[in-house]
Ligand binder design. Structure first.
Ligand code: ADP
Length: 488
């Protein structure tokens, strides 16, 4: 192992942008490794090869992976990512774990055999290392899909000298999704019965992928400092708060960054008109084009937007509760999202009820997402809980002012304008209540309408903030060294 940013890191994730994305995990996995590579680390990324990934990739090797009492073939493919920022240049490989039975499907998750698919992925990742001749100092696992890697490493692979000193960091991007499966799933890993206990990987009679990561990793972190505290409480702990409190000395919070290359209003080709802090007034051109694209009248009224997975987590019930009151104001609302049928239908109905004020695109569309970030004035994110949240950070990068509930990463990144008009960068409310949410939106609308010059200052402040990976990547490096120290 080399000191000073010369670490060998394997970064494991079920989704990595731009290859496969359903949410923020893909954004993180698609951008943090690049910054770590630019810092001089030897980083490699590994993910499943889903059918939908069309990128060019090269065959590297293949081998058999033991899964239960069967052997399944794993084919490893590779592509190379090249990065250049200023004078810095880096390249690193992305490995794809391929198996026709498990991954040659249209979707990423939500199949009845997900336990077997990701169980195979975890074993294959560890088996891959000697085959590609890479002996990392750190395996950085992300979310439940990768939890068993930490378990397998401790309970089986470390017996072999090759794996002995590899340390693990396990990042929780969302504790709600735990990968809890029937007990029989545990048999896929061919480990002793003594591990299937409540102290280890049993979770109310189920085998928990997430718990396997939390119990066996050297260091745990989550994606904001506030969420790291919240998940140690009964309210946010998703029944794992006891275990997280037990491991609190090893539990950290690092607020996510975003790629300042991918999300850059002055170069982003997906938006209608580029702009920057120096030419912030060109943001207006994006607003007009967005109104046309979303079939809304072209008028100078505040546009409130929402881009989200449509699930209970995201505070959609309190939005729906007050949508009539909100749309009684002279505003427009633009929504992009996909998810629970109940919410999809509710928003489709609003589109019919308020054709001049409410526009919704039900689906996943990364180009439209950027156009909305660029073209709207306010971004609403009233989440019930939010590990970090990237929507509010991307909004700021595009000079769009977030309105958020003070939870998790939203609390760590957004400062209420009324309470601190020197540093305020958004509008914040505390209680999970539709009334408080509406009041925060109304404060934003009032400022927009009554003090346009102050609003412009807010937009300029948002455009000048730094939420790049530079600082968080250094914090991750510190965690990696801590994990290595612990392992020694
Ligand atoms: P989560 O990870 O819980 O889904 P985040 O706010 O951390 O939420 O990240 C969401 C990411 O997914 C952002 O990059 C957002 O722009 C993107 N996103 C969410 N829904 C859609 C959609 N329907 N179309 C395009 N991008 C979306």
């Amino acid at each position: 192992m080399k000191e000073n940013n010369g670490l060998k890191i394997l970064f494991v994730s079920a989704e990595v942008s731009p290859f496969a994305k359903t949410g923020g995990l893909a954004d993180v996995a698609g951008s943090l490794p690049g910054t770590l590579a630019l810092m001089g680390n030897d980083i490699r990324v590994v993910m499943p090869r889903y059918k939908t990934i069309k990128s060019d990739m090269m065959y590297l090797t293949d081998f058999a992976v033991l899964i239960g009492n069967r052997k399944e073939t794993c084919i490893v493919k590779e592509t190379e990512v090249c990065l250049k920022t200023g004078v810095k240049y880096a390249r690193f490989p992305v490995y794809f774990i391929d198996n026709y039975n498990y991954f040659d499907r249209e979707g990423i998750y939500c199949y009845s055999d997900d336990a077997e698919r990701f169980g195979f992925f975890c074993s294959a990742v560890l088996d891959m290392l000697p085959a590609v001749n890479f002996q990392p100092d750190i395996i950085h696992c992300n979310d439940w899909h990768t939890g068993p890697i930490c378990m397998l490493l401790c309970e089986r692979y470390r017996e072999q000298p090759f794996y002995k000193n590899i340390a693990t960091v396990f990042t929780i991007h969302n504790l709600e999704y735990q990968g809890n499966f029937p007990r029989s799933t545990f048999d896929l890993f061919n480990l002793g019965e003594d591990i299937f206990t409540p102290e280890k990987v049993e979770f109310y009679g189920m085998f928990s992928f997430m718990k396997a990561g939390l119990v066996y990793s050297d260091i745990i972190n989550t994606v904001s400092k506030r969420y790291a505290k919240e998940i140690q409480t009964v309210q946010y702990g998703e029944k794992l708060d006891g275990l997280l409190r037990k491991r609190s000395a090893d539990l950290f919070g690092i607020v996510n960054g975003i790629s300042y290359e991918e999300f850059n209003p002055s170069t982003d080709r997906r938006i209608y008109k580029n702009y920057s802090l120096e030419t912030y007034w060109d943001k207006k051109g994006n607003k007009t084009c967005l109104q046309k694209e979303m079939n809304l009248p072209v008028r100078d009224v505040p546009i409130i937007s929402l881009i989200s997975r449509l699930t209970g987590q995201k505070g959609l019930d309190i939005i729906l509760d007050k949508m009539d009151a909100l749309l009684a104001h002279d505003v427009q609302f633009v929504l992009l999202g996909t998810g629970d049928e109940y919410f999809e239908n509710a928003f489709k109905n609003l589109r019919i009820k308020y054709p001049d004020k409410f526009s919704a695109y039900i689906g996943f569309n990364t180009t439209l997402a950027q156009r909305i970030y660029a073209g709207s004035d306010m971004f609403l994110m009233p989440s019930r809980f939010e590990p970090c949240g990237l929507g509010q950070i991307i909004s700021l990068r595009y000079g769009t002012i977030p309105i958020v509930r003070a939870t998790g990463g939203l609390a760590d990144t957004i400062i209420d304008y009324d309470e601190d008009n020197e540093k305020g960068n958004g509008f914040v409310f505390d209680e999970y209540s539709s009334i408080e949410m509406l009041q925060a939106v109304e404060r934003a609308i009032k400022l927009y309408n009554e003090k346009p010059e102050v609003w412009q200052q807010l937009v300029k402040r948002a455009l000048s903030l730094d939420f790049s990976w530079d600082k968080p990547a250094k914090e991750y490096t510190e965690l990696y060294y801590l994990a290595i120290e612990k392992r020694r």
